[in-house]
Design a protein around this ligand. Structure first.
Ligand SMILES: Cc1cc2nc3c(=O)[nH]c(=O)nc-3n(C[C@H](O)[C@H](O)[C@H](O)COP(=O)(O)OP(=O)(O)OC[C@H]3O[C@@H](n4cnc5c(N)ncnc54)[C@H](O)[C@@H]3O)c2cc1C
Length: 404
């Protein structure tokens, strides 16, 4: 992974010498990369099927204090900068994209709790800093890209709310102790009817079920959450009633850059595999790399990988500005397209070996395809990009000025 560190260093000088980076790398190299194939062979989605591997990874994360990096110091953490987290995500994308997504989902749940009341922050953040996982649950059967269609109901009953409904495709299902759930508190369809509640695993009436096996990202637990008459105190609502979607969308802006970072790390892993393969593999008495077509493909892959990383670092510079949403969507759209393209080219360059089920390249390609769905599909990113472009640059412009 030293080359990837070198590349990241060229984008963010001084990063690889920062506290804890070498130790984190050791966890990835010694505990995650060797377990990749085992963890990706799981066939059930919401239980940890390989407790030994998983325990070694979590212990490693605790030893290098990875969980604390997402949490402010007042709540037991030692929060680091956005670009530091981004670099960790690239490294995770290289080692195991599924485990990267586990941490992204955990980080988004932390972001939601951080927008909550002092009581909520005191109750949950220290536990999350100690390694109890969080999850964020929005998607339902009838509400995927269109979150405003959420029909999962939360009905007020005195000081409490009664929750009834189901969520699907939820990352960290079963692994997480703390779930941030976007629900409908008004009974009418629309973004202003949605609010967020924090619910703990084990709350009576809350059950978790498996979904069918995924193509890739199998080490990421992804399940169905079922709520039947779950009574939750009104004080577990995060922020104001009816403002849940706005909070969730802000948090997801951040997640997009991290998902894009995982794509860049994963693309680099695939690139490295194919590059070495093309150097070794000889046909027509020459290594594949001596063909101009193949060397040009390698150059194209590398340039698109660096372009994606450049968009990510640009987005990181926009945090807190009105351009943040646009730039994080641009980074996510480009990075997911880039990694699926790199994976598809790599499979072809490996010839028949690239098509073998269970081969490393097939597994990495399946992981790459899965990145499309997280924090909004590519079409959703395109919707955001055109909407934000209009808001930022064209709303007040005079269309008649075109051509001038
Ligand atoms: C591995 C994985 C992990 C996930 N983790 C989570 C999680 O932790 N929490 C969570 O809440 N959800 C999670 N999801 C769900 C994910 O957010 C949704 O799959 C995603 O939002 C798309 O919703 P959908 O699957 O219902 O597809 P749909 O919304 O039905 O879309 C189907 C297709 O149509 C396109 N489309 C939809 N509407 C339009 C339109 N108007 N114009 C053009 N194209 C359109 C979409 O881009 C997509 O290609 C996860 C999914 C996966 C696969």
């Amino acid at each position: 992974m030293d080359n990837l560190l070198g590349i990241l260093e060229s984008f963010k000088p001084g990063w690889k010498e920062k506290k804890g980076v070498r130790e984190f790398l050791t966890v990835l190299e010694e505990r995650i990369i060797p377990s990749y194939a085992v963890l990706e062979s799981r066939i059930e989605n919401h239980r940890v099927l390989f407790p030994e591997e998983w325990d070694r990874i979590i212990t490693g994360f605790r030893e290098v204090r990875i969980f604390e990096r997402f949490i402010p110091p007042d709540y037991g953490g030692e929060k680091v900068s956005e670009s530091d987290i981004y670099c960790l995500m690239e490294l995770l994308g290289y080692a195991s994209p599924a485990i990267g997504i586990i941490l992204v989902s955990h980080g988004r749940a932390i972001d939601i709790v951080s927008l909550g009341s002092e009581r909520q922050k005191d109750a949950y953040l220290p536990r999350m800093a100690a390694g109890q996982f969080g999850a964020i649950a929005m998607t339902e059967e009838k509400a995927g890209s269109d979150a405003s269609a959420i029909g999962f109901m939360a009905r007020p009953v005195g000081d409490n709310y009664l929750l009834n409904g189901e969520k699907i495709f939820i990352s960290n299902s079963g692994l997480a102790e703390i779930y941030a759930i976007l629900v409908n508190t008004r009974g009418t369809k629309g973004p202003r009817s949605l609010s967020i509640f924090l619910v703990e695993n084990g709350t009576p009436g809350f059950a978790i079920e498996d979904l069918p096996e995924k193509d890739g990202l199998k080490a990421l637990p992804t399940g169905r959450l079922i709520f039947k008459d779950v009574l939750v105190p009104g004080s577990n609502m995060v922020g104001e009633e009816g403002k849940g979607l706005l909070l969730a969308l802000d948090v997801i802006d951040r997640g997009r850059i991290h998902i894009a970072g995982i794509c860049c790390g994963l693309a680099y892993r695939i690139f490295r595999e194919i590059y070495f393969y093309a150097l070794r593999r000889r046909q027509f008495d020459h290594p594949l790399t001596s063909s101009q077509d193949i060397s040009f493909q390698i150059a194209e892959m590398y340039s698109r990988m660096n372009a994606a990383r450049g968009l990510c670092f640009h987005a990181l510079e926009q945090v807190g500005t009105p351009h943040y949403r646009l730039s994080s969507s641009l980074a996510k759209l480009f990075a997911t397209q880039m990694v699926t393209e790199v994976a598809a080219r790599a499979q072809v360059l490996m010839g028949g070996r690239g098509y073998l089920r269970g081969s490393l390249i097939s597994q990495l390609a399946a992981d790459a395809r899965g990145m499309e769905y997280l924090e909004g599909t590519s079409n959703v990113q395109k919707m955001i990009i055109t909407r934000e472009l209009f808001k930022l640059y064209y709303e007040k412009a005079d269309p008649a000025s075109a051509g001038r």
